[in-house]
Design a protein around this ligand. Sequence first.
Ligand SMILES: Cc1cc2nc3c(=O)[nH]c(=O)nc-3n(C[C@H](O)[C@H](O)[C@H](O)COP(=O)(O)OP(=O)(O)OC[C@H]3O[C@@H](n4cnc5c(N)ncnc54)[C@H](O)[C@@H]3O)c2cc1C
Length: 421
Amino acid sequence: MTSVSRIAGVAAAPEPGRFRERVRAWLAEYARKVEAKEQRRGRRFDREAEMEALARARVLQASLFDAGLAGLTWSREYGGQGLPSEYLRIFAEEARGYELGTNFFNIAFGMVGPTIAQLGSEDQKSTYLPRMLRGQDTWCQLFSEPGAGSDVASLQTRAVRDGDEWVIDGQKVWTSGAHRADFGALLARTDPDAPKHQGLTMFILDMRINGVTVKPLRQITGEAQFNEVFFDGARIPIDSVIGEVNGGWNAAVTMLMNERVAIGAAGGGNDVTAGSFSNVLALAERMGTTKDPVVRQRLARVYTLARVLGFVRQRTQDAVKAGRTPGPEGSIAKLLSAEVLQAAADAGTSIAGVSAQAWASDDPEGDAWARGAMSPFIITIGGGTNEIQRNIIGERVLGLPKEPQVDRDMPFRELKVGTQR
Ligand SMILES: Cc1cc2nc3c(=O)[nH]c(=O)nc-3n(C[C@H](O)[C@H](O)[C@H](O)COP(=O)(O)OP(=O)(O)OC[C@H]3O[C@@H](n4cnc5c(N)ncnc54)[C@H](O)[C@@H]3O)c2cc1C
């Protein structure tokens, strides 16, 4: 068995075939294979089951870390393996179909971790990054507010300096996983006299401190995966700032770029789109409709979109591999992921017919398509809506004129946004 050299500064990448064997051996020993039927059914979490699954995920992540298989492309200095992204692909291929629970760490691995790695202080990097990789901490992203979603720079949550601390007051909404997060990346206004993009700062916030209240929001599927978060005089230390004070917009853009790549282009264990086609095909086979020309057309559309997405993902991964910061291509991949999921949900609902609307109460797979039809909305909104991705692609890929922004240079205090009327 080849192990990655741990001698400082020497990144001896293991031979890919040996690495694959190592991953396979770890999975066989520690991880649970999820049967195809169970994968199709998906999982509906109640709070207790969710916390149990998180506890299992933490144990597995710690084991991955100990085996030298966590943070494959992250810097070795902060607990990663310093390997090229090719190894991520190998890991994802082998791990497909296993329950690893890495989705609990998606915000840490895909968004906050890369942002701290790019903009954080040395102390923040050495404190938080290894803890993420060991599965010790889960994170949430505290950006959106009732009056600031697509236009997140209009947010009103305030951070005011008081001696050695920042005092936080305000409200966030749609905060995924806040109910189980140890830490949050908080975007707050630190200078209301500056134009809206210039008076923001990003902070690391311990979610368990006084003055932070998390309230769940119930979704159409019956689950409660996101929340409202209220801040009432919550106090955090001055060294909680990620990057520069009033430089939060840069940090937010960095995190959103990473998020779009994570949602749209990462593939790996969260590869919903690869599963989309095989699930719809399996449904058509079960219903005996694979010869129906309309069904075939729908299947072909899902397949084609999923294949195109695969190529876009590859291009994005190659860009990241070449050391480039994720750019607008992350928006293309994210938009396309949403299209694939929606096409698959539409196809599945029409193939399943009435059984997508009504099912026997003792059929464990019964509500899978109804839930499948309701879930794709998530990805068309979270991480920036489809319309916002199209704006980014229009402006930054196609070079179309920018939307007019009359409020760009005005002091935030004078804007009619949120509750400022
Ligand atoms: C599943 C899920 C998870 C989420 N998780 C988080 C999280 O963890 N943390 C967090 O901070 N936020 C989270 N969000 C919030 C998400 O980022 C926002 O919902 C999103 O940015 C849209 O903001 P909004 O809901 O305020 O809608 P609005 O911005 O009010 O948009 C309403 C409609 O107007 C359209 N629109 C707005 N501006 C433009 C424009 N300039 N051009 C064209 N159309 C436009 C939008 O596309 C949309 O259709 C999550 C959302 C979802 C659905």
